[in-house]
Design a protein around this ligand. Structure first.
Ligand code: PBG
Length: 324
């Protein structure tokens, strides 16, 4: 048989395959989400996220040091607020002595170069488990934006490098950017969850923070997963309003959206490989149905290949160890 071109030449051994690989993962691709709780020397394994923990602040610091030593450059902070501080204003979110604010300071003190990003949304502080303020059974937009602005400024005061609004209210990026400017936080960035879908894949996360919505769902603010053009609209608006990094969330069921957005924008694109995506791999591996390590690397590579410059993932540490 005579062939003019033999594509298999480029796949013939490991050395050649790695030479022509179009996508490679590196530790600085990853953002490690961290769940922080009150207490000391306390750790709690999240039942639906085997191998992933909520740590007290002292253990969180240990974890951050390890992540930095592995080459991971960024953490994304979430805190579990105790029930007695939850209300419908979310005011604990901008308490300067709140767990989030103390955590930001302690992490920046311990590992100053670690890029600290913070989740900005009211759900951990809301008695209703919603990302915003509730009035007459509805999640109101403009009042919520005012709260998110206070929350963002408070994170900046504590030393956050990036605030990451994950709430999907209208106009919040512009409002947060203006407030950061007015308060002279000119070096604080915004990583906007721009295309955040109303997804069942957040289930385990809500276990981790005990933040499941008390009534209804999040479909009046998070996007309908049937939509693609809307993701571009949201993302372009966030960039206009001042987002430095934009995000697509979840990741693996939304690889098409990641690619569309990568092609449409000129800012870094991140993707959030969410709790349910973590849980699926863990569960299948536990049953012996998937090779966990291979599934981790293949998943993360596919997210990067789709166009993500950054990937927030609960597998950050595992991935870096696997990459060797
Ligand atoms: C809160 C928030 C959620 C996640 C990140 N920030 C949950 C939600 O919107 O209900 C999900 C992360 C994950 O599932 O890993 N606004």
């Amino acid at each position: 048989m005579y062939l003019q071109r033999r594509n298999r030449i480029l796949r013939s051994n490991a050395a050649i395959r790695s030479m022509v690989a179009e996508t490679t993962l590196t530790p600085s691709d990853f953002i490690a989400p961290l769940f922080i709780d009150e207490g000391a020397n306390y750790q709690f394994e999240i039942p639906s996220m085997k191998g992933y923990y909520r740590y007290s602040l002292d253990l969180t610091i240990k974890e951050v040091k390890e992540l930095w030593s592995l080459g991971i450059k960024s953490v994304l902070l979430f805190v579990k607020a105790p029930d007695n501080v939850k209300d419908n204003t979310g005011k604990e979110a901008w308490n300067k002595d709140g767990l989030m604010q103390r955590s930001i300071k302690a992490i920046k003190d311990a590992v100053p170069e670690m890029v600290v990003m913070t989740d900005v949304a009211l759900d951990p502080y809301s008695i209703y488990g919603h990302d915003g303020i509730v009035e007459n059974g509805e999640i109101i937009n403009d009042g919520t934006v005012e709260a998110l602005v206070k929350m963002s400024v408070s994170h900046a005061e504590a030393g956050a490098d990036f605030v990451a609004p994950s709430d999907m209210m209208d106009g919040r990026i512009g409002a947060i950017r203006a407030a950061l400017e007015q308060n002279n936080f000119t070096k604080v960035g915004i990583m906007a969850y721009s295309a955040k879908y109303a997804s069942c894949f957040y289930g385990p996360f809500r276990d981790a923070l005990d933040s499941a919505p008390g009534f209804g769902d999040k479909k009046t603010y998070q996007m309908n997963y049937a939509n693609r053009i809307e993701a571009i609209k949201e993302t372009l608006m966030d960039i206009e309003e001042g987002a430095d990094i934009v995000m697509v969330k979840p990741a693996m069921a939304y690889l098409d959206i990641i690619r569309e957005i990568k092609n449409a924008v000129n800012v870094p694109v991140s993707a959030y490989h969410v709790s349910g995506e973590y849980a699926m791999i863990k569960a299948a591996a536990q049953m012996g149905w998937l090779d966990e390590n291979k599934a981790i690397i293949e998943s993360l590579t596919s997210i990067k290949r789709a166009g993500a410059d950054l990937i927030a993932t609960y597998f950050a540490k595992d991935a870096v160890k696997l990459l060797g």
